[in-house]
Design a protein around this ligand. Structure first.
Ligand code: ZN
Length: 123
């Protein structure tokens, strides 16, 4: 696995972009020069290293970025589902508390009615 911090340093050491492709001036071949190429076809070491390392570094960085993006989607969905479950749990607890309060009120009312009946029909 490549060190992306080191790869980024290689990118930052190279000539700032964009780099242009220029057709060879010979008029006979189908080759290109880059805007960072010297007149004799050579590159400064920073640019040569950038091109060489980019061939392997860019695909790996893209693959890792795509994997990381997919993982972000997965984790975002898990977080959403977790938050939804917590909301539903809290809602169920509130409904249970409301039901318990209602049972308490009905039990109090039943006791009052039983007391009233006992007083009225006591022998
Ligand atoms: Zn040429």
């Amino acid at each position: 696995m490549r060190d992306l911090q080191a790869d980024l340093a290689i990118c930052e050491a190279a000539t700032p972009g964009p780099i242009q492709m220029k057709p060879c001036a010979c008029g006979r071949c189908n080759q290109f020069l880059l805007s960072i190429t010297h007149a004799d076809g050579r590159f400064d070491p920073e640019n040569a290293k950038f091109i060489v390392e980019a061939r392997e570094g860019w695909p790996e960085a893209i693959q890792r970025a795509l994997k990381a993006e997919a993982e972000v989607v997965t984790l975002t969905n898990q977080l959403y589902n977790c938050g939804k479950a917590v909301f539903e749990r809290d809602q169920a607890r509130q409904e249970r508390d409301n039901a318990e309060d209602k049972v308490d009120r009905l039990e109090d009312e039943l006791r009052m009615l039983q007391d009233a009946l006992n007083q009225r029909y006591q022998p």
